[in-house]
Design a protein around this ligand. Structure first.
Ligand SMILES: Cc1cc2nc3c(=O)[nH]c(=O)nc-3n(C[C@H](O)[C@H](O)[C@H](O)COP(=O)(O)OP(=O)(O)OC[C@H]3O[C@@H](n4cnc5c(N)ncnc54)[C@H](O)[C@@H]3O)c2cc1C
Length: 456
């Protein structure tokens, strides 16, 4: 049992699971009341800024630009205690959570904000052989794998025929589109004799191929037709091969098989194909494995228990669940804190109202799409690109992080070399280049899975 010692009788205890956008905003706001004590539980000791994972994966930003220590972030709140633990189960009725480390935490209020994880939709081989992009660890592993492929192909050009420079991205939503655009920028920089080309001057990077595969009918399906067409046109012009109406049937150690029968040799498959709520037992889940909530963000039938952000199905004005976005998470975190403070004051809670500021996606240098506000005023190209940089810098947690990220972006924009190209995870170099033939010869062979290498 992990509970602190004596405390004033009127102090209320709020236990928050997850220090992401939702949990952190809730913690900060509720802790402004000195009569409240907060315990924030997270399996990482940092907040990770997921929208910029793909920039870490493509060496544009370093990990320290997008991960922020939770204790430092909350240093001004002495009534918040951060614990590095993994929550494995919940008892809703007693508002108690149990951790993998054997501890339990019970609060007057329990806030569930554990976010999402990759959903592989039972695609054979996807867990073992793809790179998801849902944690900092994932992003760093992917960066090392990309660098490992460049290094391997540079040392032995014949590996290009075995797929060393083929990169397959599964899912053409914002994450997959942004990732493809970043790859396309690397290819562009080769054409302009910049960045990666300067470092890998002996590597025929013109042979690199980037595939963006999606079972749906469009790139960026949540955006307008005009934005979809702009994104498709821009990516195609920059060399990305887009395969729509196409499912990934199976992923192997050295290939991916598509529903139209195409087999692409590749050692780097990036999974941006879907997400589900983080797995914690003891919860009744609804659509997307998420927790359905009432209008005031409480879990039905259990007053004092809230679910927020990506972890929850929060209804919008039209009754449909709101999308998994940073802005939904932030606003629900603040609103939950407000409702807890109302409850502590003996007042009724209020129904959550989401202020829709719009959606945006980066497609590459000077190219982005933005649909601003509830009425989706459309902007694309360089203006949307500038807006994207501004919005994401503003969302970063500390002033120093904002300045550093801006400096990195400016450096990139004006053609500076990416120097965060240290291959620090040597396991990503370990590739069996004869996989297909050996796989047929010895089916009992059990290689270490990508999931084991990249568990985070
Ligand atoms: C690659 C990517 C790109 C994205 N791009 C954008 C974008 O451009 N714009 C946008 O608005 N949104 C974007 N999103 C979505 C946005 O990042 C999420 O909606 C937002 O992070 C959700 O916040 P959250 O607090 O609900 O969850 P998270 O931010 O995921 O935080 C959950 C926290 O819970 C912790 N946790 C999970 N399980 C446990 C456990 N069992 N025990 C203890 N702790 C646990 C995690 O460590 C994490 O710190 C993107 C997401 C991804 C993955």
């Amino acid at each position: 049992m992990t509970e602190s010692a004596a405390e004033p009788k009127n102090t209320k205890h709020v236990v928050i699971v997850g220090g992401g956008f939702a949990g952190l905003h809730c913690a900060r706001k509720v802790a402004a009341d000195p009569n409240i004590r907060v315990t924030l539980l997270d399996k990482h000791n940092y907040q990770q800024f997921q929208p910029l994972f793909y920039q870490v994966a493509t060496s544009l930003l370093s990990a320290s630009n997008i991960a922020f220590n939770l204790r430092s972030t909350l240093i001004r709140h002495p009534n918040v205690d951060v614990k590095l633990v993994e929550v494995v189960s919940v008892d809703l009725n007693s508002r108690t959570v149990h951790t993998a480390q054997g501890a339990q935490y019970q609060g007057d209020y329990l806030v569930l904000a554990a976010g999402s994880e990759a959903n592989f939709f039972n695609t054979p081989g996807a867990v073992e052989h793809t790179y998801p992009l849902y944690s900092l660890h994932n992003a760093e592993s992917l960066r090392s794998r990309i660098l490992a492929m460049l290094e391997s192909a540079d040392a032995d050009h014949s590996l290009i025929d075995k797929g060393a420079l083929n990169f397959v991205i599964v899912g053409a939503g914002p994450t997959g589109t942004e990732m493809s655009g970043a790859f396309a920028d690397v290819l562009q920089s080769w054409k302009q004799r910049k960045a990666v080309h300067k470092a890998f001057w002996d590597l025929p990077l013109d042979r690199a191929q980037v595939y963006l595969v999606d079972a749906g009918h469009a790139v960026l399906s949540a955006f307008s037709t005009k934005a979809q067409e702009y994104a498709t046109r821009t990516l195609t012009q920059r060399g990305v091969q887009i395969r729509l109406h196409t499912k990934v049937e199976e992923v192997g150690d050295g290939h991916v098989t598509l529903s139209d029968g195409t087999r692409i040799l590749t050692r780097t498959v990036i999974w941006a194909g879907g997400l589900k709520a983080s797995s914690i037992s003891g919860l009744k889940t609804g659509r997307g494995g998420r927790i359905d909530v009432e209008a005031d963000l409480t879990v039905p039938g259990v007053p004092g228990v809230y679910a927020l952000g990506d972890f929850a199905n929060i209804s919008g004005k039209d009754g449909q669940p709101l999308p998994q976005l940073g802005s939904v998470a932030q606003q629900s975190g603040n609103w939950c804190a407000k409702n807890i403070l109302l409850d502590v004051a003996g007042k009724p809670s209020e129904a959550f109202r989401y202020l829709d500021k719009g959606i945006m996606a980066m497609i590459g240098r000077d190219a982005a799409v933005a649909e601003v506000g509830e009425h989706r005023h459309e902007v694309e190209g360089a203006i949307a690109f500038a807006a994207w940089l501004g919005v994401h810098a503003a969302l970063l947690t500390s002033t120093m992080a904002k300045i550093e990220a801006f400096m990195e972006w400016a450096w990139w924009y004006f053609g500076g070399a990416r120097d965060d190209i240290v291959l620090d995870r040597s396991e990503e170099l370990q590739v069996n280049w004869n996989e297909d033939t050996e796989e047929m010869a010895d089916v009992s062979k059990q290689p270490q899975t990508a999931g084991q290498r990249r568990s985070a």
